[in-house]
Design a protein around this ligand. Structure first.
Ligand SMILES: [Mn+2]
Length: 320
């Protein structure tokens, strides 16, 4: 699959772009980079980007104020591009896709291997949509802002170049992007690593009460509704805690449980290896996800939930 963006967009007057619902760093970065590239290549055309409001951590990125999040009515677009997902997962932007004269789908998800546009470019071995976009951009239109946005896209989808999807190509592209001399260190602190102080408090309390099972292979920690209220924490503040638990030495599987409402518990689970499949653990409670990352919910007593989850993991460990 190849795609000539110039040829596909040259006869259009209006171009719309969107990405997936709950847009992450790759989605926002690659969509904004694509928007800016098309605006520079075609200054006389209208190029608009529609995305749900990105998370607060992305507030300071270049061109953030150019994102349209209220999905107003528009005349049908001549070209409408869906990036980093298929055309089903675009939320309210679906109406633009449906009415557009020409649709293009640019993605890297293997689950969308065929693409859902009239024209498709899906590159499953690309670590991020940002990698696919970078390959489309003609060098003379590159600039510092586009470079920073694409670098963010690559960094976020690879866990800052540490997930197994990182390839030599990913790093070569990252190296080329760094030539543009943006402050990548600050950008990664602001958009990826920084956590609200409420998260520190939740983590501190969770660690004071951390429980180990099976010679330290399983770690479970939790936050009660009462503590959430005391700390003034919201659901967003629980983000990243389970990842921190997972990288504890000797731990194969980590679980972080928090009480959404009195008696309603939500568990996030992570596994470090094939020793524990957390998708299966989640499924036992009506949840699910991936082998290495999953979740589930439970209504009732916390101790029963912990005991039940630990038993599921224990059964898997015994079979190995
Ligand atoms: Mn992506």
């Amino acid at each position: 699959m190849t795609l000539d963006l110039f040829a596909e967009c040259n006869n259009a007057d209006t171009i719309g772009i969107t990405g997936h619902i709950k847009p992450d760093g790759d989605c926002v970065g690659s969509c904004l980079a694509l928007m800016q590239y098309l605006r520079k290549m075609f200054p006389e055309k209208t190029v608009e980007l529609f995305l749900e409001e990105p998370e607060k951590a992305l507030a300071g990125i270049p061109l953030r104020d150019q994102i349209i999040s209220d999905f107003p009515e528009r005349e049908p677009f001549d070209v409408f591009i869906v990036c980093d997902t298929n055309a089903e997962r675009v939320g309210e932007a679906r109406k633009y896709f449906k009415s557009a004269k020409k649709t293009i789908n640019i993605d890297h998800h293997i689950s969308n291997a065929e693409g859902t546009g009239m024209i498709n470019l899906v590159v499953p071995h690309a670590a991020a949509a940002g990698e696919v976009i970078y390959a489309l951009i003609e060098k003379q239109y590159m600039d510092e802002q586009i470079a920073e946005l694409l670098y963010m896209a690559l960094a976020h989808d690879t866990g800052v170049f540490h997930f197994a999807n990182t390839t030599p190509d990913t790093l070569r592209i990252a190296a080329e992007l760094l030539e543009y001399k943006f402050d990548f260190s600050k950008m990664l602190d602001d958009t990826f690593f920084s956590r609200p102080k409420e998260t520190n408090l939740l983590l501190a309390h969770a660690l004071m009460d951390q429980r180990f099972f099976y010679d330290g292979k399983l770690l479970i920690a939790y936050t009660t509704y009462k503590l959430m209220r005391e700390v003034g924490a919201t659901r967003d503040d629980t983000g990243g805690i389970v990842e921190r638990l997972r990288i504890t030495m000797g731990v194969e599987c980590a679980m972080y449980i928090y009480e959404k409402k009195p008696g309603q518990w939500k568990a996030s689970m992570r596994s470090s290896s094939d020793l524990v499949n957390v998708a299966k653990v989640g499924e036992a409670y009506g949840g699910g996800g991936h082998n290495r990352a999953s979740g589930c919910e439970y209504n009732g007593n916390l101790e029963d939930f912990i005991e039940g989850l630990a038993k599921e993991v224990g059964a898997q460990l015994e079979g190995k």
